[in-house]
Write a protein that binds this ligand. Sequence first.
Ligand code: NAD
Ligand code: SER
Length: 309
Amino acid sequence: MEKRILILGAGGQIGTELVQSLREVYGQDQVIASDLKVPEHTEGPFVALDATDGAAVRKTIEDGKVDQVYLLAAMLSATAEKLPRKGWDLNMDSLFICLELAKEGLIRKLYWPSSIAAFGPTTPKMGTPQHTIAEPTTVYGISKFAGERWCAWYHHNHGVDVRSLRYPGLISYTAPPGGGTTDYAVDIFHQARKKGHYTSFLRSDTLLPMMYMPDAIRATMELMEAPAEQIKQRGSYNLAAFSFSPESLAQEIKKHLPDFTIDYAPDFRQAIADSWPQVINDEAARSDWHWAHRYDLEAMVADMLAHIK
Ligand code: NAD
Ligand code: SER
């Protein structure tokens, strides 16, 4: 069957690149981008759509003969700590709408991202296993953990084909990050180019799992293409590439820009980062559907600086 894809929240850091990659593979007209924000330019189908408006999402799916949905609309960790109820409502309502439409058979395959934020301070920080203690302490993390359990419940009780990845912090140059705790790892490149200096809102030694966007997009598309019987985790898969701290990232940037300097002014986001894992074990993804990352820290930094002038 020909694929028709709808992306909810397509105007953000991930959606901007995912739309382009899906269109390269499945054809421009097969992929409908949607967001609350209407972009100035669109190169393919775009619909202004609120992911929490169930009737409008249903109509877009029916009118567009959509059979796959990627739900990217969400409030990220730092913003959701400031707007807890709004963050919870957006993250959960949009997911329930999609899971219910999938239960009805209107969505044949659903993608919904989780995060390393689904873990908490009682989770083993090094080599965090696929199955372990998960007691998230942020609103965002609670929504991701609850969302994972709901995805598994809809799969096991209603046969919904929902797939998910626990993304680490994502680094990219195409679109700005949307209010997360790992945003420093994107901002630092822009400030390094503009001012030769960056003030980090995380402490120098804050080690976090990270990934370059091309790997994250490829992981998402490979997961969605994998035969259903290979997808053994219907909550969400751990996914990893490399981990670094602000200090080690600054050292790597200095190899390209020797005059670059960094200082540190930790804010409320430090507590969020301190509650998350530091190094993720993603063996389940590697063995079930053959995930393998391509970019390490050195390759990511070189490519980011090549694109940010
Ligand atoms: P983002 O904030 O950059 O983009 C989210 C998009 O959703 C924005 O364009 C926003 O306008 C849109 N949106 C907000 N409310 C909406 C609504 N009601 N209806 C429709 N659109 C709405 O986020 P992102 O970084 O692209 O993240 C996408 C998903 O991936 C989220 O679920 C996020 O939790 C997850 N994730 C991201 C990262 C990361 O580092 N970027 C890491 C882990 C997980
Ligand atoms: N990058 C995201 C955030 O910091 C993690 O899910 O919120």
